[in-house]
Design a protein around this ligand. Structure first.
Ligand SMILES: Nc1ncnc2c1ncn2[C@@H]1O[C@H](COP(=O)(O)OP(=O)(O)OP(=O)(O)O)[C@@H](O)[C@H]1O
Ligand SMILES: [Mg+2]
Length: 257
């Protein structure tokens, strides 16, 4: 095992800029008929985040809605470049971000698996030799040959997880995808995550299922309003986060409790 971290996030900030329509008052509305008043808002989704993830770690990211978890995952996956700071990865990354991202809803599951494999840089031979394994793991029956727009959330999740974990990445990012599976699939995916962990792969999992995080992860990171509130053992981070939900203050250290 190498001593260098597999994922290194250095002072990363990410600001979204969106144009919104400003609500005009009556006078402005009359003088500007037909013209839309636009104004730009900035959202500082990530603010000076730094952390390392060692090889073989299963890192769980927890935090409230809008805390910046998905933004951080997209930045690590290379989908969203940070506004400032740097992210270094050692190894091939496979990301299963929000539901359906990367899938074309009008193509069948089978076609999407082929395209997804090609997009991930696999050769046709590699895809063909892995295809049956993906289909077997997803276990969605004849739905594999139906357009993905007809899939339930769980079917999407099953196929996405099967693709992301079969293409043998060194780094696997999973954003909330585990929560849509039924009990049987949850068990199967937990087993696969343990296997990947044994193969010294590095995993980052975002979930609101704190039980899932505690069960699967070797480390946890709690994000609060775009900043790291805590990084530590899963049970400690979960305890701090759930206490925070009740008392509403971010601790500067565990002694604050
Ligand atoms: N494309 C976007 N454009 C503008 N703002 C965005 C965009 N995506 C996210 N945001 C904002 O960035 C902040 C962080 O959002 P993010 O999706 O990373 O949160 P999250 O922790 O994943 O939340 P959830 O638990 O609801 O999935 C929020 O304030 C959100 O409104
Ligand atoms: Mg999210």
């Amino acid at each position: 095992m190498s001593n260098l971290p597999t994922i290194s996030v250095r002072d990363v900030s990410l600001t979204y800029r969106s144009n919104i329509s400003k609500k005009p008052n009556i006078k402005e509305a009359l003088t500007n008929i037909g013209r839309r008043q636009r104004t730009t808002v900035s959202i500082n989704a990530l603010q000076g985040i730094s952390f390392d993830v060692a090889q073989g770690t299963v890192l769980g990211i927890i935090g409230a809605n809008g805390a910046g978890k998905s933004t951080l995952m997209k930045a690590i996956a290379g989908i969203l470049p940070p506004t400032s700071g740097e992210i270094h990865l050692r190894g091939k990354v496979s990301a299963m971000l929000s539901l359906g991202v990367g899938f074309n809803a009008n193509l069948t599951g089978r076609e999407n698996v082929l395209l997804g494999g090609l997009a991930a840089g696999l050769s046709r031979d590699e895809i063909e030799s892995n295809f049956q394994a993906v289909v077997d793991f997803a276990d969605i029956g004849e739905h594999i040959d139906m357009p993905m727009r007809t899939y339930s959330a769980g079917m999407y999740g099953r196929l996405g997880f099967a693709v992301a974990t079969t293409i043998n990445p060194e780094i696997l990012l999973i954003d909330e995808a585990l929560s849509t599976g039924d009990a049987a699939f949850k068990e199967k995916s937990a087993q696969r995550i343990n296997e990947l962990c044994e193969q010294a792969k590095t995993l980052v999992i975002v979930s609101h299922g704190l039980g899932t995080i505690e069960e699967l992860c070797t480390e946890a990171l709690w994000l609060n309003s775009g900043k790291i509130a805590m990084q530590g053992k899963p049970d400690e981070a979960i305890e701090a986060y759930t206490k925070f939900l009740h008392v509403g203050t971010v601790p500067t250290s565990m002694e604050d409790f």
